[in-house]
Design a protein around this ligand. Structure first.
Ligand code: BES
Ligand code: MN
Ligand code: ZN
Length: 489
């Protein structure tokens, strides 16, 4: 989709305006003939500006504006960034349904209180809601759509619009990689994606493969990866536009391209969804793409441990004891608790190699997370209050919701092993999300760290709240959250 910014309404196939609940005024609409004005009034009465209600009006006569779309945005005092995103998404989907090649949205002046112009949310909502995973459909229905945003003159609209486009593109990139089926996306495929976005945007990119992984002590990645003939990769991307000696932010993302559970094989029902077990890594890919395109003047490192967790004669087993990158040993009691093993390696590597300011990791880590928080809120656990506060603030601004779970010594005690430093599962089903986080915490020494368990939110599930900008499949959760955090550090 192409975005244009204009300051007045000209010719358009479909002119879209937001309408408020219980209000008969529409700001920004040009004057129409009596017949059209009558239809507009009738539509206003019918929909009454109710949130998400749309109505299309055909203008009469030969007009530079063919149709009008009124979109209810709800009560004035209840408008949020997210309602703007969601309704803009609905508008865009309607435009596509009507087979428009081009449409326009009027931004009401009340949205334009800097810096929250609303323009960014309109762009995010419209772009993200038009994304569709149709790579493997013979019939492609996409037409290039141009969106013209009509906004009264104001200072840095162009800049925030450009940013919003790059951010939405990052989230869309994450979705499009995360949606790939496991036969079309192996650790090597992900490494190639990382190489290509790095090349396009002047980032350094390093891929560590076997036998190097084993030699350098990545015991978690090596153990989990050895059951598959699709070899494990550790992907590292460096965006270095900050001061030379400025400590970077390290982002880590779990990328299990398919999680069968390994020897502790998962039951068959819904196992196909474990193609989404790479979503954490895909989130990091999308963030790095946008960070580099935005040329943010900071240092950011993206680290993606990627494996396929398969059962085979070469697989690691329950009972094995492995040595992680930081030298600590782990007793394997369930090969399905694989994410924490590959993340522990990557976190320890990130801390040792880069001495970062902060480490943030994303992972579809535990089914328990869905039991605890459902499918609209991610779980966060951290060793640092200030970092947690910053992430909570970014969460409020982006409506990528998070909720903190406790992580004290009692939980650390739950993963003590009789025969090794730790075991890779907790005690029964108690606090599964936190015991997984406790395992990760052991990989980090002193760096402020926050772990985001995205098991419930990384893709749309049966209980996922419907939002226009999150069509079926991967959601790209975390991309907007972290880009907001990075821009407001
Ligand atoms: N990738 C899964 C977690 C998961 C399951 C995410 C379902 C989203 C939906 C992870 O590797 C896993 O299998 N975790 C186990 C841990 C257990 C064996 C301690 C789980 O949650 O059951
Ligand atoms: Mn698993
Ligand atoms: Zn997994």
């Amino acid at each position: 989709m192409k975005i244009r910014i204009e300051h007045s309404t000209k010719k358009t196939e479909l002119l879209c305006a937001f309408t408020l609940e219980n209000s008969n005024k529409i700001t920004g609409l040009p004057k129409f003939d009596a017949n059209t004005a009558l239809s507009i009034n009738q539509s206003l009465k019918d929909t009454n500006g109710k949130l998400g209600k749309l109505s299309v009006i055909h203008t009469s006569g030969k007009k530079p504006i063919k149709r009008i779309l009124l979109a209810g945005i709800g009560k004035k005092e209840e408008i949020t960034k997210d309602t703007i995103r969601a309704v803009s998404g609905k508008i865009a989907q309607k435009a596509r349904e009507l087979k428009m090649k081009e449409f326009s949205i009027i931004v009401p002046p009340s949205f334009v209180s800097e810096p929250d112009s609303g323009v960014a949310q309109i762009i995010e909502g419209a772009k993200m809601s038009l994304y569709r995973f149709d790579k493997f459909k013979s019939e492609k229905s996409d037409v290039v759509i141009t969106l013209t945003i009509i906004v009264s003159k104001s200072s840095n609209i162009l800049e925030s619009a450009k940013k919003a486009e790059v951010i939405a593109d990052g989230a869309i990139f994450t979705k499009s990689v995360a949606n790939l089926p496991p036969n079309e996306c192996t650790p090597t495929t992900l490494a190639n994606f990382a190489k290509s976005i790095s090349k396009n945007n002047k980032m350094k990119c390093k891929i560590i493969s076997q036998p190097e992984l084993r030699k350098q002590g990545f015991g978690g990645i090596s153990a989990v990866g050895k059951g598959s003939k699709n070899e494990p990769k550790l992907i590292v991307m460096e965006h270095s536009r900050g001061r030379k000696n400025e400590k970077p932010i390290v982002l880590v993302g779990k990328a299990v391209t398919f999680d069968t559970g390994g020897i502790s094989l998962k039951p068959g029902a819904a196992m196909d969804e474990m193609k989404f077990d790479k979503c954490g890594g895909c989130t990091v890919l999308g963030i790095m793409k946008s960070v580099s395109e935005l040329k943010l003047p900071i240092n950011v490192i993206g680290i993606i441990p990627s494996v396929e967790n398969m059962p085979s004669g070469e697989s690691y087993r329950p009972g094995d004891i492995i040595k992680l990158y930081n030298g600590k040993t782990a007793e394997i009691l369930n090969t399905d608790a694989e994410g924490r093993l590959i993340l522990a390696d990557a976190l320890a590597y990130g801390e040792k190699k880069y001495s970062p300011k902060a480490i943030i990791d994303f992972a579809t880590l535990t089914g328990a997370c869905i039991v605890a928080l459902g499918t609209n809120v991610a779980a966060i656990t951290s060793n640092d209050e200030k970092l947690t506060r910053k992430i909570n603030e970014a969460s409020k601004r982006t409506t990528e919701e998070v909720w903190e779970l406790p992580l004290n010594q009692d939980y650390m005690d739950m993963i003590k092993s009789d025969v090794a430093d730790m075991k890779n599962v907790g005690i029964g089903r108690a606090a599964g999300t936190i015991t997984a986080a406790a395992f990760l915490k052991n990989a980090i020494e002193t760096t402020p760290w926050i772990h985001v368990d995205i098991a419930g939110v990384a893709w749309t599930q049966a209980s996922t709240k419907e939002k226009s900008y999150n069509p079926k499949g991967a959601t790209g959760f975390g991309v907007r959250l972290i880009l907001d955090y990075l821009q407001n550090m």
